[in-house]
Design a protein around this ligand. Structure first.
Ligand SMILES: *Cc1c(COP(=O)(O)O)cnc(C)c1O
Length: 495
């Protein structure tokens, strides 16, 4: 009988794996059991039903007396798996929410067991050396002609965009303004707010893309009367927009930024959180032509890189651009320690304690090679093209546009926005499909609400996609929100 004291064994050192192995058996069994009980992309019934079921399964969350590690893991992991939106299910396709690769998850377990902290060399000797090497190799993929490519490992696009704006603020003269499209990610606005910059100048993107002529116009707009010079500008373009997966015309935008640099301090940031990994694929990389000319690039490997969260990068062609992040804290990087040759890690993040997210990325790349990862990118893009083909061939549905990456926008032909929203909520409440929503120009040219399938499962099969289309078609337009919710039992097979 396991006792609560068993819960206090450590995961590290030579004995750690012996303590871990039986617990992993329990965790893996619970993951399988929870997924089988759910039997679909997400739990049916909506938020109240999920909360009720969770409470029923786990009881008190802050018990005085423990029940031991096996019970704790079995109970909580089963409850979370049963109540999960599982991106490994091909009908879970709302967001840039990737099904992680098993090899990456296994590597992340090792990262947790070893627990290196990436804020000083004496807490992470090999992990920091690995990060140092791989970050530079990844940055060289993005900026092959850069003088000294380097990358910071971040928690994702939000942090990468924030650091990009911070570096522009520090590396350019005072009074930076951001210029972005209406298609830019909300984190660009938040970054400006957090850094005390004026709200970004937002250029309209009626067709979902930043217009280079509009960028040119914004950069030539007369300076404010009380300023002797035009304020420095950071132009933010997007490679893989959140709403439609569109890629801004990077090369023309890079040309315009380069042309304006002579009379106005200007930098270019490309938010390629979603689209960046297309670089790996010989089939798709031409879509990113011009990306290498950005001063900073955001790239998320927890999207088209199939890593468990978090696996963000911010790349730069020249590591000199990162010097504003330098920090001195005597207990972590004393000057004499640095002079004596101990690597200084503090300037590689805004965080202090930091997980070695580089390990799972390195393990994935070693297991698959860049060609193996590229094959997954290609498969995913092909699945999106297949889905778009099914939609285009179905007269009862309207396709927004052929996908650029792996996002497919579609809607029932002639439906109202209300119906589109109701279809999405109903599929969610019934636990049948997780589809997203996006506002984009409609069949009549006016903005309309679309269903959004963001495919990130490289193993989605044609019959999975056909079933997804059928689920949407089967929603009665008259009564999409009124029918009593149909609760599936585990014996039901999915339609
Ligand atoms: C996902 C995404 C972000 C935000 O990234 P997080 O990893 O969620 O912080 C920013 N920009 C774009 C284009 C994205 O796709």
């Amino acid at each position: 009988m396991p006792t609560p004291a068993d819960a206090a064994r450590l995961a590290g050192a030579a004995a750690g794996p012996r303590a871990l192995r039986p617990l992993l058996d329990t965790v893996l069994a619970a993951l399988a059991e929870g997924a089988a009980a759910r039997c679909g992309p997400l739990p049916a019934g909506g938020p109240d039903a999920v909360t009720r079921r969770l409470t029923e399964l786990i009881g008190p969350t802050l018990p005085t007396h423990g029940t031991g590690p096996h019970d704790a893991l079995r109970t909580l992991v089963t409850a979370l798996a049963e109540g999960a939106a599982d991106p490994a299910d091909p009908h879970c396709a709302a967001h840039l929410h990737a099904p992680p690769l098993a090899v990456a998850v296994a590597a992340d377990l090792a990262a947790a067991a070893l627990n290196p902290s990436m804020d000083s060399w004496d807490q992470a000797p090999a992990a920091s050396a690995l990060e140092h090497r791989l970050a530079r190799d990844l940055a060289r993929l993005v900026h092959p002609r850069g003088p000294a490519p380097d990358a910071l490992v971040t928690t994702g696009g939000t942090e990468s965009n924030l650091i990009a704006a911070l570096l522009a603020r520090e590396n350019l003269p005072p009074h930076l303004t951001l210029i972005c499209g209406a298609n830019a990610h909300h984190s660009v606005h938040r970054a400006a707010w957090l850094l005390g910059l004026p709200a970004p100048t937002v250029l309209p993107t009626p067709r979902g893309l930043l217009d280079p002529a509009a960028v040119h116009h914004a950069l030539t707009t007369p300076r404010p009367p009380h300023r002797p010079h035009a304020p420095p500008a950071l132009v933010v373009a997007t490679a893989g927009t959140t709403d439609s997966g569109a890629i801004d015309p990077l090369r023309p935008i890079a040309d315009i930024v380069a042309a304006h640099r002579a009379h106005r301090p200007t930098a270019l940031h490309v938010d390629a959180a979603y689209g960046g990994p297309l670089l790996l694929s010989p089939t798709h990389r031409a879509k990113l032509t011009g990306l290498d000319r950005a001063d900073t690039v955001t790239l998320d490997l927890h999207k088209l890189g199939w890593q468990p969260v978090a696996a963000g990068l911010l790349t730069t062609p020249d590591r000199a651009a990162l010097t504003p992040l330098a920090q001195r804290a005597d207990y972590l990087n004393a000057e004499d320690d640095t002079e004596a040759g101990l690597p200084d890690l503090l300037g590689r993040s805004l965080r202090t304690t930091r997980r070695p997210d580089i390990l799972k990325i390195a393990a994935t790349l070693r297991a698959l090679g860049t060609s193996g990862l590229a094959a997954l990118v290609d498969r995913t893009c092909r699945a999106a093209a297949d889905l778009a083909g099914l939609v285009a061939a179905e007269p009862r549905l309207t396709l927004h546009a052929p996908p650029t990456i792996s996002t497919v926008l579609f809607r029932p032909a002639g439906a109202t926005d209300q119906h589109v929203a109701a279809v999405r909520r109903r599929l969610l409440t019934e636990g049948r499909a997780v589809l997203g929503r996006a506002r984009a120009h409609g069949p009549d040219g006016r903005p309309a609400l679309w269903l959004k399938a963001t495919l990130l499962n490289p193993f989605a099969q044609p019959n999975d996609l056909a079933a997804l289309v059928k689920l949407v078609l089967d929603q009665d337009p008259e009564h999409a929100d009124d029918r009593p919710p149909h609760r599936r039992s585990p014996q039901d097979t999915r339609p």
